[in-house]
Design a protein around this ligand. Structure first.
Ligand code: ZN
Length: 137
């Protein structure tokens, strides 16, 4: 894994959270994106070399809504940038980690993603993400 790609924060109200993070970080969100496969809307902020992803869902059955219901708003996942997500998924599987999908999925911000179950990683949901380049969709 190369670096932390972004940190994901679960929020109830994206508009309110956008205002708070804009005040906190001193920069506006540079991108809003719906991820239909996950029933979420995301908002991205850039802080130096790092990114913060705010995540909101209007669907009570979504993973984000269930997370907020159970644990409240807050830190949801840490995403790591990987050069080859398929190879990294295989490596982690071989190491005994439990992945939440067998194939990479299309995530927000032009990425292929896969989550590692938090039970495998001391209670922290880990996201692997690989930048999609060219026509590799
Ligand atoms: Zn993420």
């Amino acid at each position: 894994m190369r670096k932390i790609e972004h940190i994901g924060i679960a929020v109830k109200n994206l508009k309110q959270a956008d205002n708070i993070y804009e005040q906190l970080l001193g920069v506006p969100s540079y991108k809003h994106e719906d991820v239909h496969s996950e029933h979420v809307t995301t908002s991205f902020f850039r802080v130096g070399p790092n990114k913060i992803e705010l995540i909101q869902s209007d669907n009570p059955e979504s993973a984000i809504s269930k997370f907020i219901e159970k644990r409240g708003e807050g830190l949801h996942h840490i995403a790591f940038d990987v050069p080859d997500i398929v190879a990294e998924m295989k490596r982690l599987k071989d190491e005994g980690f439990r992945l939440l999908s067998d194939e990479p999925k299309k995530g927000a911000d032009n990425k292929l993603i896969c989550f590692v179950h938090p039970k495998s990683s001391n209670g922290v949901l880990i996201e692997l993400c690989q930048e999609i380049t060219g026509d590799a969709t």
